[in-house]
Design a protein around this ligand. Structure first.
Ligand code: HEM
Length: 353
């Protein structure tokens, strides 16, 4: 029963975020707060002015720590600059996390751009045959795009929450930024759980072809041939793709999901400190995940001819399969892997005899 109450409470937390209503305050500041909330949803400055004034207030929040508005002073640090645990977390988030996280994203984007300018799009060495092989079935494509689209929404909304105050606010002003960040926050809250479901489906569908294979050792030894241009024969997925699966999708996906849920549902008696730790891990995970995703998105679009089409239509040309995944191609041809071929996909080019 108490579990049920907690789950219902969790849904209420989500609903509360969906409608940014005025914050309740038992003071003269209530009116000011109601006005501020209407103009700039999420801006609680008037209430906090009351809190800091030393006036006595009360809370009806049931969680333990619910009545603690300002955390106790730190016990474990002698740093006088950090007056409270809340301040220490805030300074860490707004200091090193934002600084190094921001630079990591900029450097990753520039590295991909430089690679593209030097190498250009990786094209097929020989002409396509016109004969097609099914590479991804429709369920795999639904799982992939559902995870990918929700990831992009989470990444963009998360970046607005993380950097917006420093990067966007000075440019677009308070009113627009208040609405934009409220939108980002609500999108993030609702898309988060959806992302987790898509992620789990993606992991279940793709795990089979991402286990270690003897050919991976050769791929590692030659750095995948990405720099030499001579690709090492690989199975359905090469070692680089497997790295993205295990480190990106599985490890970072699970870290983001667990830490996200800890912050999203504060009604399971977790302490504020736990949520601050979850926030720090969530931010580090986010910038690493987004930086890695640049490489994946690059290779899946302008970096490699035919890659985007394969996840869009589900089909690849035989020549593409041979050049990029030779061992997979051999197995399909030998009938070891059942895969539909030519003309089976609606809209796919027809078999050329
Ligand atoms: C995997 C993709 C995800 C990325 C790239 C991402 C990114 C971010 C970023 C950058 C922040 C800002 C942190 C800050 O400003 O301190 C954030 C906050 C947050 N994220 Fe995520 N996140 C992801 C997934 C999730 C998931 C799956 C959930 C929940 C199920 C979630 C829930 C939250 C919550 C509750 C916050 C706190 C927002 C606030 O400051 O009020 N996130 N996320």
């Amino acid at each position: 029963m108490s579990k049920l109450c907690k789950l219902l409470g969790a849904l209420l937390v989500l609903a509360a975020f969906a409608v940014p209503g005025p914050v309740q305050a038992q003071s003269a500041g209530a009116k000011a707060q109601a006005e501020r909330s209407a103009e700039q949803p999420g801006n609680n400055a008037p209430v906090w002015r009351d809190v800091k004034s030393g006036e006595k207030n009360y809370t009806t929040l049931p969680q333990h720590q619910g009545a603690v508005l300002i955390q106790s002073p730190l016990r474990f640090t002698g740093q006088s600059a950090f007056a409270t645990a809340g301040e220490a977390w805030r300074n860490f988030r707004n200091g090193p996390l934002i600084f190094y996280g921001g630079w990591l994203l900029v450097v990753a984007a520039l590295a991909i751009l430089a690679y593209y300018l030097v190498k250009g799009t990786m094209k097929l060495k020989h002409a396509p045959t016109g004969r097609l092989i099914e590479r991804f079935n429709s369920l795999e494509r639904i799982a992939h795009w559902s995870t990918a689209i929700s990831f992009v929404i989470l990444a963009l909304s998360g970046l607005i929450i993380l950097f917006g105050k420093f990067v966007l606010l000075p440019v677009i002003g308070y009113t627009l930024f208040a609405w934009l960040s409220a939108l980002a926050k609500n999108l993030h809250n609702f898309v988060g759980p959806y992302f987790i479901l898509s992620l789990l489906l993606t992991i279940v569908l793709f795990v089979r072809d991402n286990f270690w294979h003897a050919s991976d050792a050769k791929w590692i030894a030659k750095g995948g041939g990405l720099l030499s241009g001579n690709e090492v024969p690989s199975g359905r997925f090469n070692f680089g793709e497997k790295g993205w699966f295990w480190i990106g999708v599985v490890l970072l996906g699970v870290i983001m999901s667990v830490t996200g849920l800890i912050m999203l549902f504060p009604n399971f008696d977790q302490l504020r400190e736990t949520m601050q730790q979850a926030n720090v891990i969530h931010v580090i995970g986010a910038v690493v995940f987004i930086a890695l995703s640049f490489a994946h998105i690059y290779l899946g679009t302008i970096g490699m001819e035919g890659a985007y089409q394969s996840m869009r239509s589900g089909y690849v040309d035989e020549e593409w399969a041979k050049e990029h995944h030779q061992l997979w191609y051999d197995d399909v041809k030998a009938g070891k892997i059942p895969a539909k071929s030519t003309g089976a996909a609606a809209g796919a080019p027809q078999h050329q005899h």
